[in-house]
Design a protein around this ligand. Structure first.
Ligand code: EPS
Length: 405
C-alpha cells in the first residue's frame, strides 16, 4: 500500500515527508522533483516568505543512484527562514525565548479551533503546523508519484481557471485545447492561467486586493491523462476513485469545494446533455494522450464529451480525469478582521502575520501533487508489485485483457 505522512512546522527546521510503498527500480529525475518545488513557490501575489525560501528536496532514505530501493523514502525540505526563528521555535530549552504570545486568532484560519482543541495559550503552536508551508512536503511526494505514473504514460496537469472573480474559459471540459496544451500555456502565465487576457485581468485583481489590504481565492483544474479504464471500484464506498480524489484535494489548505467533471452543473443540466455517449475505437481520441505502449490501445471505447470527468461508478473510464478545486482567500489580511483576544476575551483586530495576497497558482501545483499521489496509490493497488519490472508485467497483462474485451 502506498502511503505518506508529513511533518514539520512552517518556521521549524524543515518540512518532511515519509513515503512508503514505492516499488524498487523507479528512476527518479531529481531535477524534475526540484522543478516542481520551484513551481509551487511561484505565482503572482506571493508574499515575502518566498524571497527567503529556495525549496529543494533532500532525500535521506529509500533512493540510491537516483533509483528507488522499495524502502521508505524520506524527503526533507529545509526552511531557510528557520535562521530567523531558531530561538522562538527552538526544539530544546526554555519557553522564555518564545517571543510574544499570539493570542488574537485570525478568522478563517485554524487558530481558534486549534487553540481550544489542543489547549494552547499561544496560537503560534497551532498556526505553525496548519500553515500551507506543509504543502512543500506534499509536492515532493507528488513529484515521486508523478515519476511512477509517467513511466506508464500517465501525466498530471493543472492550471488556474479563476482568481478573485476573474474567470477564464479554460476548463478541459469545453476547451478545444488538449490538457498538455492548456498546461504549456499555464506554465508561462504569472497566474498559471492558460488565457493571456484573463492573466492580465487577474494580475490587476491581485494588485487591487493588495492595495486594499485584502486577499483573493480562486479556482483551479487538475487533469490526468493516460489512465486506463478500471482504476478505483464501484463495489465499496471507500474504493470509489472520485471520492478519494476529492478528499485528497479537500485536504489541501484553504480548499473549500471540489468538483469532478461537470461538477455542480449536473444539477441544472438534463441527462441527455450530461452523460457522455459511448462509441468504439474511432481513430484515436484527441483527449487521450497516453503513450502508445500503454494506453489507449488500438481498439478502445471512447466518448466525444467528458462531462463525467473520466470517472463513472467510482472507476476511471479511460477518458482524462478532470477535477476542479475552489480555494478560499487567504485568511491573513493586512487589513485584519475583527477577532477576540483569547486571554482577555476583548475585541481586537486579528494579528497581522506576513502572508500572500493570492496563492491560487501555488495551490494548483499542490493539487497536481495530491492527485498524483492518489492516482499512483490506486494504480499500485491494481497493478502493484515490489518492483517496476513486476508492475510493468502486470500492467501489460491487463492491457491485453482490455484489448480482448
Ligand atoms: C502561510 C503564511 C506565510 C506563507 C506560507 C503559508 O508564511 P509566513 O508566515 O512565513 O510569511 O508564505 O506559505 C509558505 C511558507 C510556503 O512555502 O508556501 C500560512 O499561514 O498558511
Amino acid at each position: 500500500m502506498l502511503r505518506y505522512l508529513t511533518a514539520g512546522e512552517s518556521h521549524g527546521k524543515a518540512v518532511s515527508a515519509l513515503l512508503e510503498g514505492m516499488p524498487s527500480g523507479l528512476k527518479l529525475d531529481i531535477k524534475a522533483l526540484n522543478a516542481d518545488m520551484s513551481r509551487r513557490q511561484g505565482g503572482y501575489g506571493r508574499g515575502g516568505r518566498q524571497a527567503i525560501e529556495r525549496d529543494v528536496v533532500d532525500i535521506t532514505a529509500g533512493v540510491r543512484f537516483a533509483t528507488t530501493l522499495g524502502s521508505p523514502i524520506m524527503i526533507n525540505v529545509i526552511n531557510r527562514d528557520w535562521e530567523n526563528w531558531h530561538e522562538r521555535m527552538s526544539v530544546e530549552g526554555s519557553s522564555s525565548k518564545r517571543g510574544e504570545l499570539v493570542t488574537r486568532p485570525r478568522p478563517g484560519h485554524a487558530d481558534l479551533a486549534g487553540a481550544m482543541k489542543y489547549a494552547e495559550g499561544d496560537v503560534r503552536n497551532i498556526l505553525e503546523r496548519s500553515s500551507a508551508r506543509e504543502t512543500a512536503a506534499r509536492v515532493a511526494v507528488g513529484g515521486v508519484c508523478k515519476e511512477l505514473l509517467r513511466a506508464f504514460g500517465i501525466d498530471v496537469f493543472s492550471w488556474v481557471i479563476g482568481v478573485g472573480g476573474v474567470s477564464s474559459k479554460t476548463s478541459l471540459l469545453d476547451s478545444k485545447k488538449s490538457a498538455s496544451e492548456l498546461f504549456k500555456a499555464a506554465e508561462i502565465s504569472a497566474l498559471r492561467c492558460p488565457s493571456k487576457a484573463a492573466t492580465s485581468k487577474m494580475k490587476k485583481a491581485v494588485d487591487m486586493a493588495k492595495a486594499k489590504g485584502d486577499s483573493l481565492g480562486g479556482l483551479f483544474e487538475v487533469a490526468v491523462t493516460g489512465t486506463p479504464p478500471g482504476l478505483g471500484s464501484h463495489v465499496q464506498w471507500d474504493r470509489k476513485l472520485d471520492a478519494r480524489l476529492t478528499m485528497a484535494l479537500m485536504s489541501v489548505q484553504a480548499i473549500k469545494s471540489v468538483e469532478v467533471g461537470l461538477g455542480r452543473d449536473v444539477s441544472s443540466t438534463p441527462g441527455s446533455r450530461v452523460h457522455d455517449e459511448i462509441s468504439f475505437k474511432g481513430t484515436s481520441s484527441s483527449s487521450c494522450k497516453g503513450k502508445a505502449e500503454y494506453w489507449p490501445s488500438a481498439k478502445h471505447f471512447m466518448r466525444k464529451t467528458n462531462n463525467a470527468g473520466g470517472i463513472e461508478g467510482g472507476m476511471t473510464n479511460g477518458e482524462p480525469i478532470i477535477l476542479r478545486a475552489a480555494m478560499k482567500p487567504i485568511p491573513t489580511l493586512y487589513k485584519p478582521l475583527k477577532s477576540v483576544d483569547i486571554r482577555t476575551k476583548k475585541s481586537f483586530l486579528a494579528t497581522i502575520e506576513r502572508s500572500d495576497i493570492c496563492a491560487v497558482p501555488a495551490a494548483s501545483v499542490v493539487g497536481e501533487a495530491v492527485v498524483a499521489f492518489e492516482v499512483a496509490r490506486v494504480f499500485l493497488e491494481k497493478f502493484g508489485g515490489d518492483s517496476m519490472l513486476e508492475i510493468k508485467r502486470n500492467y501489460k497483462g491487463y492491457l491485453k485483457q482490455l484489448e480482448k474485451f
